[in-house]
Ligand binder design. Structure first.
Ligand SMILES: *Cc1c(COP(=O)(O)O)cnc(C)c1O
Length: 451
């Protein structure tokens, strides 16, 4: 009998993270100081990050050991299953094989604890008592609240106002794990107060919430900042996903033709994709690797590859990335975790080198794919995850036309149990597909910093 779920034992879990920086054909562009525009060194980042994570940000070592206390915490939910989506394949009538790597089994219900746990541990290891962070849909805030709780740290979460109002259960989850959550913009920081003065009814954005959390960390000696996506060390931690998937596919006697992930800041996509990108660079594999984003926030497909700030207030170092401009205000689409103006520098670099592709989809066809998945495979996916499902379904349908027996693997980054209101709106026909003219997209580019 052909297997449906492919499990690894705990002893087969990766003991090292994979660092793509060791294998890049051209090195990553430097990160620049926002004032001097000169490359930043480790000391410039020490006010907001612990040295253990700063070193992971810049290292070009290929393999980075995972400390034992982190492995022990990972074992709460890892290794995660790789699942063959047989019922979805049958529904689509495709000769393709579809596998998904299921990260919804973590305590927070997504891939985010894969980096929340190491970030909390490295901070604790250097005597930090409290972490400040932002959250969009609430996935990251809940993951970090869970992880800080494991290692006895306090956690302060600035949650984007629209999500705070739309998703009270995520906030309750954070509080259950001991985190403290406020709506952003808040009146607790200078950045937040300035934004409220401009617009008291501001719906908030990830960029704004980042400004608040960075200010919190920079102005308190006991506090550092944690970011749930975008940065090199975050993508490094997420590679446990792809490393497990490689082994699981090998056990099934497979190597993928197509690798797919949804991309907001780029971390779950990269977590799955980077070991396969390595195989393209080092072994000359021809894998098609696709990042999928919402048409309402299309940084990779319609943004520009330029230096920009990571936040709205312009406090963070400048990173070269595909961006819509740090002032870009995405509409309140339901995939809250994909509403970020930029894209991880590593993912951006790979796109620029032609090693990965990107595509964008509207939310109605994305929810259609999510419902197909839920009604065949059972799991109700997060709206973010549904973007990857949409791309996998499209690829499988192309195979139906051509008769190609491709092997498709995508990452199912999380479950949608706290997103059911979005499903209701979809069923009621209330979701709007956002069409942007080039003028609207490029309106936000005027304030890009001159480098
Ligand atoms: C946060 C989140 C995303 C988007 O973040 P990335 O850094 O791009 O992975 C995608 N899916 C889920 C379930 C999330 O929680």
């Amino acid at each position: 009998m052909d297997q449906t779920k492919i499990f690894l034992s705990e002893s087969e879990m990766p003991r090292q993270w994979y660092n793509i920086q060791a294998d890049l054909p051209t090195p990553m562009p430097a990160v620049l100081h926002p004032g001097t525009k000169q490359p930043v060194g480790p000391d410039d980042l020490a006010a907001i990050f612990p040295m253990g994570l700063i070193m992971q940000e810049v290292t070009t070592e290929r393999w980075v050991d995972i400390p034992e206390p982190i492995l022990e915490a990972y074992r709460i939910w890892r290794p995660t299953p790789l699942v063959r989506a047989r019922r979805l394949e049958r529904l689509l009538g495709t000769p393709a094989k579809i596998y998904y790597k299921w990260e919804g089994v973590s305590p927070a219900g997504s891939h985010k604890p894969n980096t929340a746990v190491p970030q909390a541990w490295y901070n604790m290891n250097e005597g930090v008592k409290r972490l400040a962070t932002e959250t969009g849909a609430g996935q990251w805030g809940s993951a970090l609240s869970f992880a800080t709780g494991l290692f006895g740290l306090e956690c302060k979460v600035y949650m984007v106002r629209v999500s705070y109002d739309q998703k009270p259960y995520r906030r309750m989850l954070m509080e259950t794990w001991g985190g403290q959550c406020v709506a952003s913009p808040s009146n607790e920081t200078n950045a937040g107060r300035a934004m409220l003065a401009k617009d008291p009814d501001s719906p908030g954005s990830l960029g704004m919430a980042i400004s608040e959390a960075v200010e919190d960390a920079a102005t308190r000696a006991d506090t550092k900042y944690a970011l749930g996506s975008v940065l090199n060390h975050v993508l490094l931690h997420q590679t446990v996903i792809g490393l497990e998937t490689l082994k699981q596919l090998e056990m099934a006697g497979e190597y993928p033709d197509t690798v797919i992930g949804c991309a907001g800041g780029g971390s779950n996509f990269a977590g799955l994709a980077l070991p396969f990108v390595r195989d393209k660079i080092v072994d000359g594999r021809k894998t098609r690797i696709v990042a999928v984003e919402p048409a309402a926030c299309p940084s990779l497909t319609r943004g520009v590859y330029r230096y920009d700030f990571g936040d709205t207030a312009g406090l963070t170092p400048l990173m070269k990335m595909f961006t819509l401009g740090h002032d870009f205000m995405p509409p309140s689409i339901h995939a809250g975790g994909l509403r970020y103006h930029g894209m991880a520098p590593i993912v951006s670099h790979l796109k620029d080198l032609g090693l990965i592709e990107a595509e964008a989809h509207q939310q109605n066809p994305v929810f259609d794919a999510a419902v197909k998945f839920a009604r065949t495979e059972g799991h109700v996916p997060a709206p973010e995850t549904a973007h990857a499902i949409k791309a996998a379904v499209d690829e499988a349908l192309r195979c139906r036309q051509t008769g190609e027996k491709k092997t498709i693997v995508f990452i199912a980054s999380g479950h949608g149990h706290f997103d059911l209101a979005s499903y209701q709106k979809y069923f009621a026909g209330e979701l709007v597909d956002q069409e942007y003219s080039d003028e609207m997209i490029h309106a936000g580019l005027g304030t890009l910093p001159q480098v």
